[in-house]
Write a protein that binds this ligand. Structure first.
Ligand code: 5GP
Length: 123
């Protein structure tokens, strides 16, 4: 059965899309840890990171880099975490490879102004 992310990619489930390429998509997490929590997902559905085609990981990293820069600058250069939960024991719930970019909550609290808290459309 197709993963929930494949359904988002094919458009049968809605999402707040940030950006996409031929091979990847970025959209907001439905249950964000903090504003701007973004998921970076390869369009080819693979469960585990090490099972991806190495070429696809290279493309994914270029896309991740671009989105990380955009997320950070949207919040005024905020600090952030990049996380990949790989496998159930590592906390993976959606069995389709994805990175999380989570904006530092501490940083957001420390810079709590309307500009920093308004989520802007990226790139
Ligand atoms: P994991 O624990 O697998 O690393 O993270 C899965 C993430 O996917 C969670 O943060 C969860 O909130 C998010 N998620 C699950 N279902 C949906 C959905 O239908 N739409 C969006 N945008 N995010 C989802």
């Amino acid at each position: 059965m197709a993963s929930i992310f494949s359904k988002i990619i094919e458009g049968s489930i809605p999402s707040v899309k940030i950006d996409e390429t031929e091979n990847e998509i970025a959209f907001l997490d439905i249950m964000p840890c903090a504003e701007g929590h973004t998921l970076i997902v390869p369009k080819k559905e693979v469960e585990r990171f090490e099972d991806m085609d190495p070429q696809d990981t290279a493309s994914l990293m270029v896309f991740l880099h671009r989105i990380a820069k955009a997320v950070s600058s949207a919040f005024g250069g905020v600090d952030y975490n990049v996380i990949l939960n790989n496998g159930v024991q590592a906390g993976q719930e959606v069995m389709h490879v994805h990175y999380h970019i989570t904006v530092s909550y501490t940083h957001l609290r420390a810079h709590e102004t309307p500009e920093h808290l308004v989520w802007r459309v990226l790139v």
